[in-house]
Design a protein around this ligand. Structure first.
Ligand SMILES: [Zn+2]
Length: 303
């Protein structure tokens, strides 16, 4: 049986059909009916019908979303696509398709994709990190997403930056209501804001990276702070989860120098005389979310 993955995003819904070896059989994309739950539901169901026709066979269905399913109510929560919150999305898709459906957070799907056949293939414990507009994370152990009692395992973006410097306290205000959250310093907008505070220059994260590479001292200093903060934030994760591999995704994962510099910088913060954890760039790029959604059925049902 093939694996269908749906990546339900705020602007687009993407679907992929994989065979059990992970080869892509079909792919489709439609715009998300923003603000319209019934329309979103219909778009998902239509995509499944069309992609099964493309692939010539039926499959299991996994969905990656920007939020999570509440274990208590079965309804969606924590979605920045707010029209999904409070809705019984899984139940509704299952009823429409007449088969069981699995739903997971998109950072968990990213981590699963990299764990199954990406940058962390073969590793037992994998921590996946999204460094983009926000900062998210997921944990996969032995090829399975760690769901957790509250469906938030790996959500480290709104923990405080550990081992803060004096000038990082209380830290930038965060939309979650607190200050100094990891996300306020390690997201793309967080990097840009840090550069603005120290230099007065309004530049995007991409422009800061390009200027640092061209020898601009202010941009170089901003990136060096970013790397040191990422190292501290990840050392905290290593001390709790002790992953074999940490895989970076999201737009900032394209900063090549992170992979050499950050592991060197995290060493003094990890509570171990040696650190075997690897830091890897993702292998699947933007396809990680949709492939990971397909692999939500990758375990005991694998045939
Ligand atoms: Zn926060």
């Amino acid at each position: 049986m093939i694996r269908l993955g749906i990546d339900l995003g705020g602007t687009k819904i993407e679907a992929v059909a994989l065979d059990t070896a992970g080869r892509e059989l079909a792919r489709r994309r439609v715009a998300t009916p923003r603000g319209d739950y019934a329309g979103t539901l219909r778009a998902i169901v239509d995509l499944v019908v069309v992609i099964e026709r493309d692939a010539g066979t039926g499959g299991t269905v996994g969905i990656g979303t920007p939020g999570a399913v509440s274990a208590r109510t079965g309804r969606m929560k924590n979605c920045n696509s707010t029209w999904l919150n409070g809705q019984p999305l899984r139940e509704d898709v299952e009823a429409a398709l007449g088969r069981p459906v699995r739903i997971a957070n998109d950072a968990n799907c990213f981590t699963l994709a990299e764990s199954v056949d990406g940058a962390a293939r073969g590793a037992r414990i994998v921590f996946g990190v999204i460094l983009g507009t926000g900062v998210g994370g997921g944990v996969v152990v032995d090829g399975r997403v760690l769901e957790g009692a509250n469906a938030i395992a790996g959500e480290w973006g709104h923990n405080p930056m550990p081992w803060p410097r004096d000038d990082e306290r209380p830290g930038p205000a965060c939309y979650c209501g607190r200050a100094g959250c990891i996300e306020t310093m390690l997201s793309g907008p967080g990097l840009a804001a840090d550069h603005r505070r120290t230099t007065g220059e309004v530049l995007s994260a991409e422009a800061i990276v390009a200027r640092a590479a061209a020898g601009d001292a202010g941009s170089e200093a901003t990136l060096a702070r970013y790397e040191e903060r990422l190292a501290r934030a990840l050392a905290h994760v290593i001390n709790v989860v002790d992953p074999d591999v940490i895989v970076l995704g999201g737009g900032l994962s394209n900063i090549a120098r992170l992979y050499a510099n950050v592991p060197r910088l995290w060493t003094p913060y990890v509570f171990s005389d040696e650190v075997a954890t690897r830091l890897s760039r993702n292998a699947h790029g933007d396809s990680g979310g949709v492939r990971g959604a397909a692999w939500l059925w990758n375990t005991e049902e694998r045939d």
